[in-house]
Design a protein around this ligand. Structure first.
Ligand code: CA
Length: 225
């Protein structure tokens, strides 16, 4: 789950980032309108937090841009403006939720999860893919009837492949999904390879079928009938 935090107040941005990372999200940040604009244009996010008051532009324009992305993106406005006008305007433009600053971090977490559920990025029910069952809300996986103990990144890879089942998922997109845009490509490919190896080993030890296919030179495919 990748979240973009667009916020010009550095201390708040930092605390949002570290809190959301601890909660299991991959976070990227933008401190200005320009930076946020560029990231929204070039990358996909499951959710974006948009501060309306940015030094170099109106956050409402970013709401418009985020809404146009190919994958459904959850949009949460964070703002000190408490005016009903802005709230309505933001929601009219397609924002999913609106938090008035200052807000509580666990409240934000709950709102993000609710938005992701609505966008079906985190379904609240169990997903069955062949012999693999995934409970996305709890990050829980059972394969061939056996509970799997996965690391955070192993889980993230499995869930990302499962969400894109029967489609080729490139190493680039896995790297971007897992680490955002701040990891060196060669290193991230090595990490993906290592995590993938462990994930496959854990799956095969349960005796479940081999659903993850390597597409040589490109990436992987989660193949399920
Ligand atoms: Ca601000």
């Amino acid at each position: 789950m990748k979240i973009l935090i667009i916020e010009d107040e550095a201390p708040l941005r930092e605390s949002l980032k570290s809190y959301l990372r601890q909660s299991g999200f991959v976070c990227e940040e933008a401190a200005t309108f320009r930076e946020g604009y560029k990231k929204l244009l070039n990358y996909e996010y499951e959710c974006v937090l948009i501060d309306l008051n940015l030094p170099d532009g109106d956050g409402l324009k970013l709401v418009d841009l985020a809404k146009d992305s190919e994958q459904p993106t959850g949009i949460i406005i964070t703002s000190v403006r408490d005016g009903i006008e802005e709230r309505i305007q933001g929601l009219d433009l397609g924002a999913d939720d609106y938090l008035t600053k200052p807000f509580n971090l666990s409240e934000l977490n709950a709102r993000i999860r609710a938005v992701l559920r609505r966008k079906a990025a985190i379904p609240d029910q169990m997903i069955r893919l062949g012999e693999i069952q995934i409970w996305p809300d709890e990050r829980r996986v059972v394969a061939a009837g056996e509970e799997l103990v996965l690391t955070r990144k192993e889980y993230d890879i499995l869930w990302y492949l499962a969400r894109n089942k029967n489609r080729v998922v490139t190493k680039d997109s896995i790297a971007e999904h897992l680490w955002g845009d701040y990891m060196d490509e060669a290193i991230s490919f090595d990490f993906i390879y290592a995590h993938m190896k462990n994930l496959r080993k854990k799956l095969s030890e349960t005796g479940c079928g081999d659903y993850i296919k390597t597409v040589y030179g490109i990436g992987y495919k989660f193949l399920v009938p």
